[in-house]
Design a protein around this ligand. Structure first.
Ligand SMILES: Cc1cc2nc3c(=O)[nH]c(=O)nc-3n(C[C@H](O)[C@H](O)[C@H](O)COP(=O)(O)OP(=O)(O)OC[C@H]3O[C@@H](n4cnc5c(N)ncnc54)[C@H](O)[C@@H]3O)c2cc1C
Length: 309
């Protein structure tokens, strides 16, 4: 493994695209991920990847992976636990005994779902509370659920759930839904969907499973709704804990700051995708992929300049 010149952390759209470009630049590299396909696997249907009018997120990610694998990069499945700066680059630990070293690193670790931090959310997780409609919609056939959130991921989750459940309350804080107009129209025209604007959820209640939610103001005269499931879709936060020890610069939203070559404030450490500020908070497969490509080109130039490639 001493010939490695680059380690990529993250096997989502950004990491897989970075790997494809690194292979084409002939940069010997290792791509590692705790989960192949990333968040895009949760997308029920992707309708904005150019060249393919409609494809399931998991099918699109399988194609990305097949493409990346066709160049035979080193691959390590598992969670990176720690990253150390060394004299010549970076050491990436999966455990105390299993680690890899390279002069450059691309971090493409993406984001994690944001929670509501209300009573019942943790307690009833997996017993009616979910952060993934694609994964769990099938368990709610013929039931009544709520989706919490007013942006694209909540709207898309609602459309997906409507294929399974009988009734969906889409509950959001703002006056209007914010997302792609085409998806908003689908929600508004769906007879199973009940819009509950300008409302917060205060508590998820139930003994062994979700039974009801409590609202901060009455909806149709009731301040609680009896239902079977709650899908929380209120956005994401960048997964950057791994880089904290390295003192990588973050912006005010907690995203990794990168320059136009994908490099962070640390020489040789690049980042791409949803974890960065590179696309102004526009977190999409296309922007993550573009940042992955840019980061690999940045690594290529960096390694050439250092004389290690
Ligand atoms: C429900 C839903 C629907 C969506 N629909 C669309 C859509 O239709 N169109 C669109 O363009 N976008 C869509 N998106 C957004 C899109 O999925 C993301 O923008 C994209 O996946 C970001 O790619 P990424 O590679 O930056 O991060 P991610 O996809 O989050 O991938 C990060 C990867 O890094 C891995 N990782 C993290 N930390 C570590 C670690 N310490 N060690 C090892 N591996 C690690 C994770 O396991 C993960 O596989 C959707 C998102 C959701 C949730």
């Amino acid at each position: 493994m001493n010939s490695l010149k680059l380690i990529i952390i993250g096997g989502g759209p950004a990491g897989m695209t970075a790997s494809i470009y690194a292979s084409r630049y002939k940069i010997p590299h290792l791509i590692s991920s705790s989960f192949v396909g990333g968040l895009a696997k949760e997308a029920h249907m992707v309708e904005n990847w150019p060249g393919i009018e409609q494809i399931e997120g998991s099918a699109l990610m399988d194609r990305f992976w097949k493409h990346a694998q066709s160049y035979n990069p080193e691959f390590q499945l598992g969670e990176v636990k720690r990253v150390e700066k060394t004299e010549n680059g970076f050491r990436v630990f999966f455990s105390d005994k299993l680690f890899f070293e390279a002069p450059s690193l691309i971090f493409a670790g993406g984001t994690q779902h944001r929670g509501l931090s209300i009573s019942g959310e943790k307690e009833l997780l997996g017993r009616g509370v979910s952060y993934c409609a694609t994964c769990d919609a099938g368990f709610f056939k013929g039931k009544k659920v709520a989706v919490i959130g007013g942006a694209n991921s909540a709207i898309m989750a609602t459309v997906e759930l409507s294929q399974h459940v009988d009734k969906i309350y889409l509950i959001y804080r703002g006056k209007e839904l914010k997302g792609e107009t085409i998806w908003i129209d689908r929600v508004k025209n769906n007879p199973k969907v009940i819009l509950v604007p300008e409302t917060n959820i205060l508590e998820i209640a139930g003994t062994s499973k979700v039974e009801k939610i409590k609202l901060d103001k009455p909806f149709k005269g009731e301040d609680q709704i009896e239902l079977d499931g709650v899908f929380i879709e209120i956005g994401v936060t960048p997964l950057v804990d791994l880089l904290k020890e390295l003192a990588v610069d973050l912006d005010e939203s907690g995203s990794i700051k990168i320059n136009n070559k994908g490099m962070t404030n640390l020489s040789g450490l690049f980042a791409a995708g949803d974890a960065t500020n590179g696309s102004g908070g526009f977190r999409q497969i296309i922007t993550a992929s573009a940042e992955g490509a840019i980061a690999s080109r940045g690594v290529f130039e960096y390694l050439k300049e250092k004389g290690v490639l």
